[in-house]
Write a protein that binds this ligand. Structure first.
Ligand SMILES: Nc1nc2c(c(=O)[nH]1)N[C@H]1C(S)=C(S)[C@@H](COP(=O)(O)OP(=O)(O)OC[C@H]3O[C@@H](n4cnc5c(=O)[nH]c(N)nc54)[C@H](O)[C@@H]3O)O[C@H]1N2
Ligand SMILES: Nc1nc2c(c(=O)[nH]1)N[C@H]1C(S)=C(S)[C@@H](COP(=O)(O)OP(=O)(O)OC[C@H]3O[C@@H](n4cnc5c(=O)[nH]c(N)nc54)[C@H](O)[C@@H]3O)O[C@H]1N2
Ligand code: SF4
Ligand SMILES: [Mo]
Length: 793
């Protein structure tokens, strides 16, 4: 690891022993006999949740190591952490670590704060909460979407202590969706009744696999994560792997036979052309489509559907647009040669078993719901749903031994829910925010604007949201949202807009459990025990403790007692674990798992096959769609298409058709901003997390990737400072010229910290360039749809 000595010297403030005994390679130090080892994990939202062990001496974490249990065979795989997780110590002892409660001085957004006591901060927060509750009701209180401590049970950013406290306080406005999967989760729920994929073990039973924008090696990096499982299954099976992605993804390295570059946001056009070939050459599984699906052909269209409303009508040019979706039509949009499309259709249809999978990149576009449903339609056309070696077209997921740790119990009397991406409309529009325009659920509209916002372990107010400038303006206006409380471990771009910043205790500074996300661990889940290894730094407090103290301010001892039930954080852990065990008897006892430090599920007996029951007996196992079948023509979306009010240029189509969208491949804006551009999830960070570690930043500099052809046309060389700009903003970064990227597309790594100088974001944050326009159906973040031009700075 390369280290800038100047940065490293900053750590010497801690203790000379600390500097002297620590090599910079965390995890490689030999065990020092005076050290005590504590189990824990990495709770950031790459969701792999790998094991970390803290080696502690004299109350200081000396280094971090990881799982070394077992023989490290695939069957006995270790939950080994990546370099980010192993660098965690740098985040604890980061000079930027928040150590005291801060209160804003000066205007919102100026970023000026003063140190205050916990008592002062919590008293003022409590007073404001009472005032706002009396004036606007509990719907005016909101806990923002955030993912900094996702896998944790008690210290988690959402659903943990804040939910419990605010629930008891009378409730808070809910949210639905996520920034990760809004479009696919909604799209596939209209399609299959749920967003379900088979597990990655199926790959070994397929003879062909087609991955659409899926990059598990980079986005599921841990030793027990999907990336490793995918590579191992590819190695064990006899499967040809094709990857369809605008860039050659890391997942392709060593586990790919062919890369087919595709223009971003155009997968639905490719699928339509594949369908065109399959229909014309009679290569599709008619029996499957007739028995299990609605709307592929006229014969299976629901009664009220338009006569020419089937997917086949759309593909053959009998639909409203009268355009046959020929391979030539698709070539112009996707930039994949028509001959290759024809061959691909034959290959997919000719495979004995084809595993079709999509990551979440294709759906994080303005037409993401269409993208996700189109890829699922391809899986249906070859009948590979619900069978061994096949998949639904969704992200590989799940487990043969699913479990879900029960969270901290809470009840929220407020039922109204907003799409998480539209929190700023909750502030800006208030009561005008409604169901048919903004996707509000459980109520026709909001009763009150959001007046108080809690943001725990999140950077989605600005940096990780979209169009930083617009949201910053909303946040700056102190008459709109009246109280913003940010709970973090470091200063961020988002918390420049807070009124109070409360310093959180990190993992290893408190007890907890961590669990990996369901699409991350391959087929064998595990639970990690997070042990308290060191005291919280400075005046940092675990969120549970903050909420306990705040409860006291809100309602005295009686309310505090109601919140705690007389339980400490450790007591609650036992409680939720025992509740979990009532459902999953195979889990070890609380004492056993705490003593061991983790639990790993035994080897899967057989791959999990999504929708297997439905496949075997559809009549007795109907899907949760209105018709109980797979809805290629969605009856619900058809209704919505007539009722919902959309933004200019948007539409809701019951079929998974290709749609032109804002900053999409064919947006006329491309005349001025010819390059498609997005920020992908990369190995150097987890979103904006880890950027604050100079060591990690040094080995993962922020860059703008530009294809060889586009760089040449602009006279750009690797290492040049360049500016990517559009009508929304400007970012500056170092250029990296690469042939791993198709011409017409340029990329950066999402999560860089925005930093503005004379109107240019020299931090290089992608969300300086993205639009805040939500997608038509899910009202999700279509932030991968961006157009830019790039020039030398
Ligand atoms: N190292 C690391 N791991 C992470 C994260 C991280 O920040 N860093 N974040 C985590 C989180 S919260 C999430 S939600 C997931 C995100 O996981 P994903 O959403 O799957 O990640 P992305 O990088 O956005 O996209 C995956 C792939 O899709 C490609 N792609 C983009 N658009 C298109 C398209 O239109 N068509 C096709 N065919 N391909 C496309 C991208 O080039 C990329 O290779 O990752 C998780 N894992
Ligand atoms: N343009 C674009 N934007 C995107 C995406 C994209 O692909 N493109 N991806 C989106 C996706 S999928 C997601 S999930 C979001 C993620 O966005 P966020 O949920 O904001 O995730 P992070 O950027 O990792 O920020 C987590 C915050 O938690 C803080 N944190 C870490 N550990 C702790 C802790 O122990 N306690 C506390 N209190 N705080 C802690 C970190 O300092 C950081 O500020 O970004 C979204 N934004
Ligand atoms: S893969 Fe993710 S969870 Fe695992 S150590 Fe790395 S950042 Fe942490
Ligand atoms: Mo995400």
């Amino acid at each position: 690891m390369l280290v800038d000595r100047r940065n490293f010297l900053k750590f010497s403030a801690l203790s000379s022993a600390f500097v002297a005994t620590n090599s910079l390679c965390d995890g490689l130090n030999p065990l020092n006999s005076n050290e005590q080892i504590f189990y824990g994990g990495c709770p950031v939202n790459c969701q792999s949740k790998c094991m970390l062990k803290a080696h502690v001496k004299d109350g200081v974490i000396r280094h971090i190591s990881t799982d070394d249990d077992g023989d490290d065979s695939y069957e006995n795989r270790q939950i080994r952490a990546c370099v980010r997780g192993r660098s965690t110590r740098y985040r604890y002892y980061n000079p930027n670590r928040l150590l005291y409660p801060l209160k804003r001085v000066g205007k919102r957004g100026e970023g000026k704060f003063k140190r205050v006591s916990w008592d002062e901060a919590l008293s003022e927060i409590a007073d404001k909460m009472k005032e706002i509750k009396a004036k606007y009701g509990n719907e005016a209180i909101y806990v923002n979407y955030a993912t900094g401590t996702t896998g944790a049970m008690i210290s988690r950013c959402t659903q943990g202590s804040w939910y419990r406290l605010l629930g008891l306080f009378g409730g808070f406005l809910r949210y639905h969706n996520s920034y990760s999967t809004a479009q696919i989760a909604n799209g596939l729920t209209y399609f299959y009744g749920a967003n379900v994929g088979s597990d990655i073990l199926n790959l070994a039973h397929a003879d062909l696999a087609v991955f659409f924008g899926s990059n598990a090696v980079e986005t599921r990096m841990g030793g027990a994560s999907m990336g490793y499982c995918m590579q191992e299954m590819a190695r064990r099976g006899n499967v040809k792997i094709i990857r369809i992605d605008p860039k050659y993804p890391d997942s392709a390295i060593g586990a790919c036979d062919e890369w087919i570059p595709i223009a971003p946001g155009t997968d639905a056009a490719l699928v339509a052309a594949l369908a065109y070939v399959m229909i014309n050459e009679n290569l599709y599984d008619k029996e499957f489509l007739d028995r299990y699906c609605v709307g592929f052909s006229k014969e299976t269209l629901p009664q009220n559907a338009p006569e020419n409303g089937s997917y086949m009508d759309y593909v053959l040019g009998n639909g409203d647009d009268k355009t046959p979706k020929t391979p030539e039509w698709a070539e112009a949009i996707t930039k994949i040669q028509s001959q290759r499309i024809i061959k691909l259709a034959r290959e997919i249809a000719g495979a004995k078993r084809c595993f079709i999978e999509q990551g979440w990149g294709p759906q994080r576009h303005q037409n993401g719901e269409q993208q996700s449903r189109a890829i699922a339609t391809l899986a249906c056309m070859i009948g590979s749903v619900g069978v061994l070696g096949g998949n639904t077209g969704a992200h590989a997921a799940g487990s043969s031994k699913t479990y879900d740790i029960v969270g901290l119990p809470y009840e929220n009397p407020v039922k109204t829910s907003i799409p998480c991406f539209l929190w700023y409309e909750g502030i800006r529009l208030g009561e005008k925010m409604n169901a048919k325009e903004h996707g509000v659920k459980n109520a026709p509209n909001l009763k009150a604007p959001i007046k108080i916002l809690f943001n725990t372990a999140g950077n989605c107010l600005t940096n990780q949201h979209a169009n930083i400038k617009t949201t910053a303006e909303i946040l700056e206006n102190e008459s709109l949202c009246e109280l913003i409380v940010d709970i973090n471990i470091t200063r961020t771009h988002s918390n420049s807009y807070a009124d109070f910043i409360l310093p959180d205790a990190m993992h290893f500074e408190q007890d907890d459990f961590f669990r990996p996300g369901a699409t991350y661990y391959g087929e064998r889940p595990y639970i990690l025990v997070a042990q308290k290894a060191v005291e919280p730094r400075g005046e940092c407090k675990p969120v549970y403790e903050m909420c306990r103290l705040l409860a006291n301010k809100l309602g005295g001892e009686a309310f505090e007692q109601e919140f705690t039930q007389g339980r400490s954080q450790l007591d609650w852990l036992r409680f939720i674990y025992d509740e979990t065990r009532k459902k999953y008897e195979f889990l070890p006892s609380f004492e056993e798992i705490r003593a061991k430090g983790y639990w790993k599920a035994s080897k899967a007996e057989k791959p999990l096959i999504a929708l297997e029951k439905f496949r075997n007996d559809p009549e007795n196992n109907p899907l949760k769609t209105p018709t109980g079948k797979i809805e290629i023509f969605s009856t619900k979306l058809y209704e919505m298409s007539k009722e919902w009010q959309l933004l200019p240029g948007q539409q809701i189509n019951p079929l998974p058709v290709f749609e032109d969208v804002l900053m999409g491949a064919r947006d006329p804006l491309r005349k001025d901003y010819p390059l498609q551009f997005y920020g992908y999830h990369y190995k150097g960070r987890t979103h904006s997390s880890f950027w604050d570690s100079p060591e990690i930043r040094e080995i993962n500099p922020q860059e703008i990737l530009i294809s060889t052809a586009d760089a040449k046309a602009r006279g750009i060389k690797t290492g040049d400072l360049v500016i990517a700009y559009n009508h929304i903003g400007k970012i500056r970064s170092v250029a990296k010229v690469t042939s791993r990227l198709m011409p017409g597309v340029s990329l950066t790594y999402q999560g860089a910290w925005a930093k503005f100088e004379n109107g240019v974001d020299i931090g290089g944050c992608i969300n300086t360039l993205t639009s805040e326009q939500p997608t038509a159906i899910a009202k999700g973040n279509g932030v991968h749809s961006v157009l830019v031009e790039i020039k030398k700075a």
